[in-house]
Design a protein around this ligand. Structure first.
Ligand SMILES: *[C@@H]1O[C@H](CO)[C@@H](O)[C@H](O)[C@H]1NC(C)=O
Ligand SMILES: *[C@@H]1O[C@H](CO)[C@@H](O)[C@H](O)[C@H]1NC(C)=O
Ligand SMILES: *[C@@H]1O[C@H](CO)[C@@H](O)[C@H](O)[C@H]1NC(C)=O
Ligand SMILES: *[C@@H]1O[C@H](CO)[C@@H](O)[C@H](O)[C@H]1NC(C)=O
Ligand SMILES: *[C@@H]1O[C@H](CO)[C@@H](O)[C@H](O)[C@H]1NC(C)=O
Ligand SMILES: *[C@@H]1O[C@H](CO)[C@@H](O)[C@H](O)[C@H]1NC(C)=O
Ligand SMILES: *[C@@H]1O[C@H](CO)[C@@H](O)[C@H](O)[C@H]1NC(C)=O
Ligand SMILES: *[C@@H]1O[C@H](CO)[C@@H](O)[C@H](O)[C@H]1NC(C)=O
Ligand SMILES: *[C@@H]1O[C@H](CO)[C@@H](O)[C@H](O)[C@H]1NC(C)=O
Ligand SMILES: *[C@@H]1O[C@H](CO)[C@@H](O)[C@H](O)[C@H]1NC(C)=O
Length: 871
């Protein structure tokens, strides 16, 4: 996540304070450690049909490469060394240009003539995987059109454990199953468009505070450690990444934080063990920008590509040297390069690859291609318009991802009201323009995306007020407004005249490298920004039909005003992107059916049962315990806490009746733990002479650029670091029992049950319902219910439909830490279907289950919950 130019200075200042501020001088001992997992598994595509052709091509081309060429592919050229936010070296001899890696998960960061799509949280709120695919494909087409090879998205880390988490909005909702489906759909869409997707941030990157040294008011020596137990890692944080791997994702970005006191980009258990062995990941791992904290050790732990430093790289010539002196086996370098090239071929980058025609560092048409060095003057921004007709899709997603939370007295849909009054700065344009705040780091005007690297330039931004005004004119409605959040006197006067008062309020969040109003990425509270509560109470006191729309990156607390009798409707509109105003008009006027919450809205912030760490518990390496399985709604269910609006909730414009649930057990075969070994490496001797690794005679260097070569042969024989000896074993390692195929053991994806439900639209309007399926696994240490299916369906008024869900073995399994595999516990399992996590009219038993006698070996004899707890 590269900081913007503006914030680099800010970081430098913070870093100075880091140097002078930290207190600790001895390394404290911490409880949590990450186990070693070596050697790094080799990607070969063997047994992975969807990768085999790509691997044949990749192996053939890498076989032709020299060490320096392979190193080049894996190494970032340095910050602002080329036009994309990340750029690797190329292999000019073989006609291969270096890779262009570009933010963001919602469009092209720094792009011009490109679209600003709805954020992850809004696509998640549609609960529509076809739309998620379509969004991914459209974003992929735009990236491809600009010459981008790797789109740095989609996101499911953060997953959203902390409602205040600064980057939750980039991801797909605070539930691993929902997030996983969204991640996989986006990956398929992006890659079908011919661009490598990069699922990120791997892993447990749940907060911005202390994710990096030098970014915080209080100095720390090492990044925060997210401490996660093995079961939670599998059932919660790694779950979505398994879906992405199954969908064929070409790259995964390791995160800034530590996990169990081992850096994300150096954690062998996560990269070698879980990702490459257990999940069978065949693509490459790329470090977050400056998230690499070691050379040899990171290579051996499975890192494949790094991308930040300028003339100061753990890789480039350092990696060449490490290979030459044996610190990194040559087969590991081959594997890195092969994995990169396999992803390249898999998405078809060998065909019709587009020249890079965007520039991240300048909006000028002509400028320096090597911006940091101020060298290579020429055409840098081709300004190719890649938007196509994506505006239509953007508007549809934003509308379908808008959630109606309250609607009484027929407040919605609006029907040609006589007079509308619009309130709040969130209704209107940022006076500095849609891109006026660098990296969108402000909350001026309407909020349509968060801030940080996960942003894109708006090609335009339709504010709610401008769209409402157009609609009002068409309907002969009178429309007035007060968009100064502090002009309460004027609000009163305007509110009393209107038949409908539309209040727009907001909250904002973003990436930790920049703070807004004291929110250093993470929000410091869950209340509204810009005097939002007072705007609502002022208007509601004077207008008996007050409709509140919220633009925010996640939950906000509504208790102060939600029950006000004059607040007739409340709408959560997420972060809608460039078509914001048009999409909110579509929902308020009932032209589009709304979405459902991808997280819980609590009555009180403390009800989530978690605490984001704003003050470090120690200044060496803050220790953040991510707790267990009970993220978001699971916590509320387990502790019987009444939320204001539960996960999955959202009102429809029509009424629905659920009737009839039929469960059929399939005759899937037994589950077979995987055996065998990960592929053995082809061990070759390093034959290249030191002389061949020197800069070619007459080579013109770009200043500050990272090259794979040395200046003189005396530089070549550096002492390497010594990694663990297992790391050098070329014979591979035992395949983990839960491994064996992309996304894990293929048996996990066997369908064990089919569940049919019948749904009727009993209202007078055609509508769309999000049918949700939850299951209870039945053991005392299981969550009460977990989401395991959903379908957004369209049913005409008076009509019925049957929906078929399938449940895989993975869906009904739990992670067993002893056997290191998924198991179906003996407890009785129930399936629930309905319209939210707490409104589940259909219930049935999954047959074959028995009443629990307590699964957990650690807690013998404890009673399972059965049905009582939640019925
Ligand atoms: C932590 O950082 C401070 C400030 O840079 C330094 O004085 C101290 O030695 C560091 N502690 C350790 C254990 O490295
Ligand atoms: C983290 O530590 C816990 C025990 O505290 C262990 O169960 C888990 O496997 C570890 N995970 C990783 C990735 O290190
Ligand atoms: C490494 O990449 C850079 C930039 O594309 C290029 O100038 C250089 O020739 C490459 N080196 C090798 C060994 O191909
Ligand atoms: C090699 O890595 C070291 C840090 O380990 C760094 O100081 C040095 O600048 C790197 N060399 C190059 C040429 O990037
Ligand atoms: C919460 O944070 C926002 C944004 O910084 C601020 O406007 C608001 O006043 C804060 N709320 C409270 C109750 O302090
Ligand atoms: C509701 O609005 C009306 C004006 O339409 C106002 O007279 C009344 O006091 C308001 N109710 C409350 C509880 O503020
Ligand atoms: C608001 O007050 C007006 C005038 O008294 C009344 O006609 C209307 O029905 C009220 N609206 C609501 C939503 O109560
Ligand atoms: C479920 O519905 C599908 C499609 O209507 C049908 O083919 C299947 O037989 C049904 N299964 C059961 C168990 O009713
Ligand atoms: C080569 O020499 C230049 C200029 O002295 C220096 O900046 C650079 O770090 C050297 N490169 C390596 C790989 O040692
Ligand atoms: C790898 O296997 C070969 C052939 O079986 C054997 O000779 C060699 O010792 C093994 N290497 C290691 C590190 O186990």
């Amino acid at each position: 996540m590269p900081p913007s130019k503006v914030s680099v200075l800010g970081n430098a200042i913070l870093f100075l304070s880091a140097l002078t501020g930290a207190q600790e001088s001895e390394i404290p001992t911490f409880e949590h450690h990450s186990p070693p997992a070596y050697p790094p598994p080799i990607g070969t595509g063997d047994g992975f049909p969807e990768w085999s052709e790509a691997y044949s091509k990749a192996q053939a081309v890498v076989a032709q490469m020299t060490i320096a060429e392979k190193v080049n592919l894996t190494s970032g050229v340095g910050w602002e060394g080329e036009q994309c936010v990340g750029n690797t070296g190329g292999v000019p001899r073989l006609g291969i240009r270096g890779l262009c890696l570009q933010d963001s998960p919602l469009g092209i960061r720094f792009g011009q003539y490109s679209s600003a799509f709805p954020a992850g949280v809004t696509i998640a709120a549609t609960w529509d995987d076809d739309l998620a695919y379509a969004r991914g494909f459209a974003m992929g087409v735009e990236h491809r059109g600009k010459g981008v090879d790797v789109q740095l998205g989609p996101v499911s880390g953060p997953l959203g454990l902390f409602p205040e988490g600064g980057r939750n909005w980039e991801g797909g909702g605070s539930d691993p199953y929902l997030s996983g489906i969204g991640l996989a759909s986006a990956v398929r869409g992006i890659q079908d468009a011919g661009v490598i997707a990069c699922a990120k941030h791997f892993i447990a990157n749940e907060q911005e505070h202390y994710r990096q040294r030098g970014e915080n008011a209080i100095a720390i020596n090492e990044s925060i450690s997210s401490n996660v137990d093995d079961r939670t890692m599998h059932e919660v944080y790694a779950w979505p990444f398994a879906d992405a791997v199954k969908a064929g994702v070409g790259s995964i970005m390791c995160s800034y934080n530590q996990i169990n006191n081992s850096y994300g980009c150096q954690n062998s258990e996560l990269m070698n063990g879980i990702l490459k062995n257990e999940l069978g990941f065949q693509g490459f791992v790329v470090s977050d920008w400056q998230a690499q904290h070691g050379g040899v050790a990171t290579a051996l732990a499975g890192l494949g590509d790094q991308n930040f430093y300028s003339a100061n790289s753990y890789w480039a010539s350092n990696l060449t040297g490490a290979v030459i002196n044996g610190s990194v086996p040559i087969w590991r370098l081959d594997d890195m390069a092969t994995r990169i090239m396999a992803s390249f071929y898999k998405v078809g980058l060998d065909k019709d690859r587009v020249e890079v025609n965007l520039d991240s560092w300048s909006t000028d048409v002509y400028g320096y291609r090597h911006y940091f060095a101020q060298e290579g003057y020429g055409l840098i921004n081709g300004n190719v318009d890649v938007r196509g007709n994506h505006a239509t899709l953007i508007r549809e997603i934003a509308a379908k991802g808008t959630v109606i939370l309250k609607n009484v007295a027929n407040a919605l849909p609006l029907q040609k009201p006589r007079q509308i009054a619009v309130f709040g700065s969130d209704a209107t344009d940022n006076p500095r323009g849609p891109n006026g705040c660098p990296d969108r780091a402000c909350a001026d005007g309407t909020v349509a995306m968060g801030w940080g690297s996960g942003t894109a330039n708006f090609p335009y931004l339709i504010s709610p007020l401008s769209a409402l005004q157009n609609k009002a004119i068409a309907d002969n409605t009178v429309i007035q407004w007060v968009v100064d959040d502090y002009a309460t006197g004027h609000m009163k006067q305007t509110a009393t005249q209107a038949t409908v008062c539309l209040v727009f309020v907001k909250a904002q969040a973003g990436e930790g490298f920049v703070g807004v109003d004291g929110n250093q990425g993470d929000r410091k509270n869950l209340t509204l920004w810009s005097n939002g509560e007072e705007v609502i109470s002022t208007v509601a006191a004077n207008c008996n039909n007050t409709i509140v729309t919220i633009h925010s990156p996640g939950p906000v607390t509504l208790e102060e005003w939600i029950e006000h009798p004059n607040v007739t409707a409340v709408v959560y509109a997420g972060l809608p992107g460039q078509e914001s105003g048009n999409s909110i008009v579509d929902v308020l006027y009932g032209l589009v059916e709304p979405g459902r919450l991808p997280f819980t809205i609590a009555k009180n912030a403390k009800d989530y049962g978690v605490s984001l760490m704003y003050e470090p518990d120690n200044t060496y390496a803050p220790q953040q315990d991510l707790g267990g399985l009970l993220i978001d709604h699971r916590y509320f269910d387990k502790h019987n806490i009444e939320p204001r609006f539960e996960f999955g909730f959202g009102l429809s414009y029509t009424t629905w009746k659920y009737h009839k649930i039929v469960v059929r057990k399939t005759n899937a075969g037994p589950y077979v733990p995987s055996s065998g070994r990960t592929p053995a490496a082809k061990t070759t001797k390093v034959t290249e002479s030191a002389e061949s690794l020197l800069f070619p005679a007459g080579f013109t260097k770009v200043r500050f650029y990272n090259y794979p070569w040395f200046n003189s042969t005396s530089d070549v024989k550096r002492d390497g670091e010594n990694g663990p000896s297992d790391a050098y074993d070329p014979n591979g390692t035992a395949t983990r029992p839960a491994g064996g195929a992309p996304g894990g053991n293929p048996g996990l994806y066997d369908i064990l049950y089919e569940v049919n439900v019948t749904l009727s639209n009993t209202g007078k309007r055609n509508g769309e319902e999000v049918v949700q399926l939850y299951i209870s696994q039945g053991e005392s240490d299981d969550p009460v219910r977990v989401l395991r299916g959903f379908r957004r369906v369209s049913v005409n008024a008076g009509k019925s439909t049957t929906i078929t869900f399938t449940l895989t073995r993975r869906d009904i399994s739990r992670w067993d830490t002893t056997t290191q595999n998924w198991v179906v516990s003996p407890a009785e399992k129930m399936v629930f279907v309905g319209r939210s996590s707490r409104d589940l009219p259909l219930v049935a038993k999954l047959n074959g289950g028995k009443k629990s006698i307590g699964y957990s070996k650690n807690k013998p004899g404890r009673q399972g919950h059965g049905m009582k707890t939640f019925m």
